[in-house]
Design a protein around this ligand. Structure first.
Ligand code: SF4
Ligand code: SF4
Length: 309
């Protein structure tokens, strides 16, 4: 399912804040929401899906939960339901892939997509790759990612070797860890993820043109719309306002932007072209072909780097 140029990407993050995994680098490790909190999250999600259903603009939806959502049936049902709406071009989710994937087979698998992350303290390659195989069998496209800690390098190499070549394996740099890679380590990571250097820094962004707020929006469980997850200003509310006339080009008010789901929207970066219709699930449009020009353009290398936030 191709994106129309006018497709608006919605990044939904409800009130969920729990996870079944215990990754040492994550604040949501082994947190549990109460039944009342989950009920609230489910109601918010249903309301969001109902709102999408009432519209007819071409949309893509990416669930970016704080925690793990695909283990919850109501998220899987929401994905299936959204994928069957004719104006919804893509429904993707960030996940550790530990939920019941079979349920997704009830949706339009050409519109469903997965942004999967492998967490080495919580699973092992055999189990994780079996989940990937399940996605292949279902016909659902997906990317796989890992955090680029040095102690993960061996597993990163193993996953790359064992994943099918059509699967993009991305590497996130743990920026807050202060890690500085040697040239050899950079070459290794780049051999796995040719676009890895885009993730290596927080980009100076204040005053830069960014399409977050026009072609991409962040929506929370209450329906409040922001341009992205990183700018607090509320543009409107999907349940109270007609938000579409309020969208307009704005420059970034933040000092830096350090997250892939943010800086892919920068107008001076080529990342929307690199990822094309795979932007929401983080799959480069031409993968496994690599666009060497886009690995990191020279013009961008000279942008100031801000390391202090
Ligand atoms: S799977 Fe994701 S949300 Fe869960 S603990 Fe690990 S990093 Fe955090
Ligand atoms: S550059 Fe990043 S922080 Fe700034 S508006 Fe765009 S997505 Fe948001």
């Amino acid at each position: 399912m191709k994106f129309a140029p006018s497709t608006t990407r919605l990044l939904y993050r409800g009130s969920l804040s729990s996870c079944n995994y215990a990754c040492g680098y994550c604040p949501f490790a082994k947190t549990r929401n109460t039944k009342a909190e989950l009920d609230r999250d489910r109601q918010q999600l249903h309301r969001f899906v109902d709102w999408v259903e009432r519209g007819d603009r071409p949309l893509g939806v990416l669930f970016t939960p704080w925690g793990e959502a695909i283990i919850l049936r109501y998220y899987r049902e929401a994905m299936v339901r959204l994928s069957l709406m004719s104006h919804v071009r893509r429904v993707a989710i960030q996940t550790n892939l530990s939920g019941h994937l079979d349920d997704l087979g009830g949706g339009d698998v050409e519109r469903l997509a997965i942004w999967a992350t492998y967490h080495s303290s919580e699973t092992d390659p055999d189990r994780f790759l079996a989940r990937c195989q399940k996605l292949d069998l279902l016909g659902i496209r997906y990317s796989v990612g890992m955090v680029g800690f040095r102690e993960h390098f061996q597993t990163i190499a193993e996953l790359r070797k064992r994943l099918p070549s059509h699967v993009y394996l991305w590497i996130n740099v743990p920026k807050s860890s202060g890690i500085i890679y040697s040239d050899e380590e950079q070459r290794f990571l780049e051999s796995i993820d040719p676009y890895f250097r885009w993730n290596g820094r927080r980009w100076s962004s204040r005053g830069r043109a960014c399409s977050a707020g026009t072609s991409s929006l962040s929506i929370d469980g209450e329906g409040d719309v922001r341009r992205c997850h990183f700018v607090d200003e509320v543009i409107g509310n999907i349940h109270r306002d007609d938000v579409w006339p309020r969208l307009k080009e704005r420059t970034c008010p933040n000092a830096t932007c350090g997250c892939h789901i943010g800086y892919v929207n920068r107008d001076d970066f080529p990342l929307r072209r690199v990822f094309g219709d795979g932007l929401l699930e983080r799959i480069p449009a031409e993968w496994p072909e690599v666009n060497a020009e886009m690995m990191i353009p020279k013009a961008v290398q000279s942008l100031p780097v801000v390391d202090d936030c």
